[in-house]
Design a protein around this ligand. Structure first.
Ligand code: MG
Length: 296
């Protein structure tokens, strides 16, 4: 039985809209519009923003302007900008742009990992270990996503042991934070509570975040359930942007402005200005064609 209610005063919001949110958009979004979205999110007071992906343009053409985006934004004091890197080459490119944080990803599901990254989970682990090693030597922090933690559209329920095993490995590689991804909105408030709670209890150094995707509002119950498990770091995207091109039926990310409003109404500080984050969300939605399809 889940035992509510834990009192928490403040949480951290990690907005992933400029990368995770825009990545699956079918029409190329001009660099200047991506930059404007990042600036609006920062204007609202968000201190952590995922801004680009240094994946080969053949795989993710939407992110082919990653370098221009990184070099085009106004870096603000106290704001962490990071980018997804699938391999060492991606890390090099991110470092050339002066980013001091990168993100890696792998799945608990062998099928999803193969489809998303074109390699086995073991091969992903080996690549991520190398990324962590080089990043560490260069003073770059690594944040690690684990995808399909709450279910996989191809394999269904995944053993929780797999998520624990991967989280421990990633912590061992030196990642400062691990984010548990509900890649296709399959979590429920019970799993959204127990899985993060179990993994948090096993980690000794790395912080733990949750990354829920939309399912007709259930995502807010899931975020709340994770909060009650003592999680204080939340991934979300303004406008509810996103999806996953390699996961059938994948829906957008938790909508930042609604999550911030939920915390605000609860008296939990996010450091984010509500009016401004709504403005950022509105702008983000105006860039999307995906949201207008039957995908949310
Ligand atoms: Mg996402």
């Amino acid at each position: 039985m889940v035992n509510f209610f834990q009192s928490i005063d403040a949480v951290e919001i990690f907005d992933v809209a400029p990368r995770d949110g825009l990545q699956p958009e079918p029409d190329f979004i001009p660099t200047s519009e991506k930059i404007k979205l990042i600036e609006l999110i920062a204007d609202a007071g968000c201190k952590k923003i995922e801004i680009a992906s240094f994946t080969h343009p053949k795989w993710i053409p939407q992110m082919r302007d990653a370098k221009a985006v990184c070099n085009g934004i106004t870096r603000r004091e106290g704001v962490v900008y990071n980018a997804l890197v699938p391999n060492l080459r991606g890390l090099e490119l991110a470092m050339e742009c002066g980013l001091d944080e990168v993100v890696t990803i792998l799945s608990t599901s062998e099928s999803h990992n193969k489809k998303n990254l074109n390699m086995s989970i073991d091969d992903s682990l080996r690549e991520i270990e190398k990324i962590n090693s080089v990043a560490g030597k260069n003073g770059v922090r690594v944040r690690s996503y684990i995808a399909t933690v709450f279910g996989c559209p191809m394999e269904g329920n995944i053993s929780r042991e797999k998520a624990i095993e991967l989280a421990m490995a990633l912590e061992g590689f030196g990642s400062y934070e691990i984010s548990l991804g509900d890649t296709t909105g399959m979590a429920n408030p019970a799993s959204a509570h127990t899985i993060p709670k179990t993994i948090k209890g096993k980690l000794s150094k790395a912080g733990l975040a949750v990354h829920f995707h939309k399912y007709h509002g259930l995502e807010f119950a899931n975020n709340f359930a994770a909060l009650q498990a003592g999680i204080t770091r939340f991934d979300c995207a303004v406008g509810g942007l996103g999806g996953c091109p390699y996961a059938p039926g994948a829906k957008g990310n938790t909508q930042t402005e609604i999550l911030v409003e939920m915390f605000s109404r609860m008296g939990i500080s996010t450091g984010i200005n509500l009016e401004r984050i709504y403005a950022a969300g509105k702008y983000g939605q105006s860039l999307s064609t995906l949201l207008t399809q039957a995908c949310h």
